[in-house]
Design a protein around this ligand. Structure first.
Ligand code: NAP
Ligand code: G4F
Length: 326
């Protein structure tokens, strides 16, 4: 019998890579999708006939209870969230309902329907916020700097709490920023790679950004979903930091991206206050030694390769569109 696995957030960046990975492992993949007036399955279009999509929402516990009863998953990966930090300042309550309380609703559904289900929670390095040590590990205290970060701290601790209170197999992966050509356009790496491709092709001239000094530990999303899977295969549930151990500024990301197409970032990047945040996370860099020791996991994609593959993918995307218009 194939293992049945439920992914919330299957239409997102990570959900699409995780679904691909789980299919290669022979799992029956069930993806929870929320109702919308138009279909937004672009990231999973290539595997849509291999996964079962079911309707549910983190805001609606009954919908998740129904999914668990009907589809009886062995594992659940909770990747769904309001995941954009900037939006969380403008929609803090929605962010809390989804990214924080949504975790409790899903854990409660597990407790009520089948406590044997293994559960993965998508925790975040944003929880470290104003960091108290460098690099950050599983024991670094949290100091979130946005409603999103606060909501993720709640999601993290409720996951720990259900493990300790009800003996559930729950695990939090504290993942540092991870990117890909499937990253949403509003996140800084994709915003840069897409703008660089547009500028190279003569479709734009400038790129407006906020804080260029912020530093992040950026990895490749396809590497990181493998760590999620490894966590749920462990007999003992435990929380893990997943990162590259390297940090780079937004400015450096720009420099690498523009250099790759033979342009100078200083000629095109304009700093725009609109993209500054009320409170910033200045520096993130992790240490994933525990994941390497226990899970045998290590990042595979260096920073420079990540930047290039994102710019190349956006060049392909835009050139493909131009060809289809010709
Ligand atoms: P993403 O691309 O923004 O995807 C988010 C997913 O959540 C989408 O499928 C979205 O569905 C779904 N969703 C949002 N609200 C929902 C609701 N109320 N009910 C059901 N589904 C809902 O995010 P990602 O980059 O793949 O990240 C996956 C998870 O990891 C998120 O929890 C994120 O916070 C966390 N995380 C990400 C990173 C990173 O660097 N990428 C790092 C640490 C942690 P729609 O398509 O319908 O909008
Ligand atoms: O790409 P970002 O929006 O990602 P951020 O805020 O680090 O959050 C991402 O990573 C978290 C993990 O640590 C996830 F939990 C979360 O779900 C999300 O995936 O911004 C990165 C940095 C920030 O310091 C921001 O201020 O880039 C800076 N930045 C500068 N100009 C900008 C811009 N960010 C965006 N989105 N847009 C700009 O124009």
């Amino acid at each position: 019998m194939n293992k049945r696995v439920l992914i919330t957030g299957i239409t997102g960046q990570d959900g699409s890579y995780l679904a691909e990975l789980l299919l290669t492992k022979g799992c029956d993949v069930i993806g929870m999708v929320r109702r919308s007036s138009t279909v937004n399955f672009e990231r999973i279009a290539h595997i849509q006939d291999q996964v079962k999509l079911v309707s549910g929402d983190l805001l609606d516990e009954a919908s998740m209870i129904e999914i668990l009863r009907t589809h009886q998953p062995h594992e659940i990966y909770n990747l769904a969230a309001q995941s954009f930090v900037q939006t969380s300042f403008r929609q803090p309550v929605l962010t809390g309902e989804t990214t924080a309380l949504g975790v409790t609703r899903l854990l409660d559904a597990i407790r009520l329907v089948d406590p044997e289900i293994r559960f993965y929670q998508a925790s975040s390095s944003e929880m470290f916020g104003k960091v108290s040590e460098v690099p950050q590990t599983e024991t670094t205290p949290f100091y979130p700097r946005s409603p999103y970060g606060v909501a993720k701290v709640y999601g993290h601790w409720i996951t720990v709490n259900y493990r300790e209170s009800y003996d559930l197999h729950t695990t939090s992966g504290i993942l540092f920023n991870h990117e890909s050509p499937r990253r949403g356009m509003e996140f800084v790496t994709r915003k840069i790679s897409h703008a660089v491709a547009q500028i190279k092709l003569g479709q734009a001239t400038e790129l407006r950004l906020g804080n260029l000094d912020a530093k992040r530990d950026w990895g490749f999303a396809a590497d990181y979903v493998d760590a999620m899977w490894r966590m749920l295969q462990q007999d003992e549930p435990k929380d893990y930091v997943i990162c590259t151990g390297e940090t780079h500024s937004v400015r450096e990301f720009c420099q690498h991206a523009f250099d790759h197409v033979g342009l100078s970032w200083q000629d095109h990047v304009v700093v725009d206050e609109t993209f500054m945040r009320p409170a910033e996370v200045d520096l993130l860099v992790g240490d994933s030694q525990q994941a390497e020791n226990d899970l045998g996991w290590k990042p595979e994609t260096p920073f420079a390769d990540l930047v290039k593959l994102m710019v190349d993918a956006d060049l392909d995307l835009l050139q493909g569109r131009l060809r289809s218009l010709a």
